[in-house]
Design a protein around this ligand. Structure first.
Ligand code: ZN
Length: 213
């Protein structure tokens, strides 16, 4: 195995690190990142950091902050998540197929200058406590229906303002070279995914961490 470096993103005046799997308000209702020892720490490939640096002037100009809800997802966390939510199509089929496990993807939303989240057709991960409670019980029908709002094809007239925000975010992220996914408005990843193998990690209790491919 070869040691590699990832960039750790720390919250500042433009980036807010608030990883959804480092707290219980997510579709798992569990803080798996705390369970595996990573906690609310945000790591990305240097190439992804390069794209995000290009985003800084755009965010400042528009008086937005980028809230990062997920970034690098260790394989240990991914495997736990798959066990908790064995729902077809919600997570990638394997860690190998999840760009998050390669540190080449981020899930984001936009905040205004006061730190309030802009309105989007649904929350990141389409999370709502009531759906999460259903899904962990194996009742997925209502949530699948709700997931339609995560798609770029969602186009309800009553959601016009939310859709405008969604499309603005997409445009901002694509301008700096990231790719969007048709079924998750919050997800963006690096192009040329074959360049980024699965990243293994070790988190030590003193806060140090190491990454390997
Ligand atoms: Zn994602």
């Amino acid at each position: 195995m070869k040691k590699i470096n990832l960039v750790e993103i720390i919250s500042d005046d433009v980036f807010v690190v608030d990883l959804m799997y480092a707290k219980k308000e997510n579709m798992l209702l569990k803080d798996v990142y705390s369970i595996i020892g990573m906690g609310n720490r945000c790591f990305v490939q240097p190439d992804l950091w390069f794209c995000l640096q290009k985003l800084i002037p755009i965010l400042r100009e528009n008086q937005f902050k980028l809230k990062i809800c997920d970034a690098y997802r260790p394989k240990e966390a991914f495997d736990l998540m798959k066990k908790i939510v064995p729902m077809k199509g919600f997570f990638a089929q394997s860690a190998e197929l999840s760009q998050h496990c390669h540190a080449s993807a981020i899930d984001v939303t936009l905040l205004d200058n006061n730190g309030n989240e802009l309105d989007f057709p649904c929350a990141v991960d389409a999370y709502e406590e009531k759906y999460a409670k259903q899904v962990v019980q194996g009742e997925v029908d209502e949530f699948y229906k709700h997931l339609e709002k995560a798609k770029y094809s969602w186009n309800a007239p009553e959601d016009a303002k939310k859709i405008k925000n969604r499309d603005m975010l997409r445009q901002m992220m694509e301008t700096v070279g990231l790719l969007s996914l048709p079924h998750e408005w919050w997800h963006f990843n690096l192009p040329n995914k074959e360049k980024y193998p699965l990243v293994n990690s070790v988190f030590y209790t003193d806060g140090k961490c190491e990454f390997f491919i």
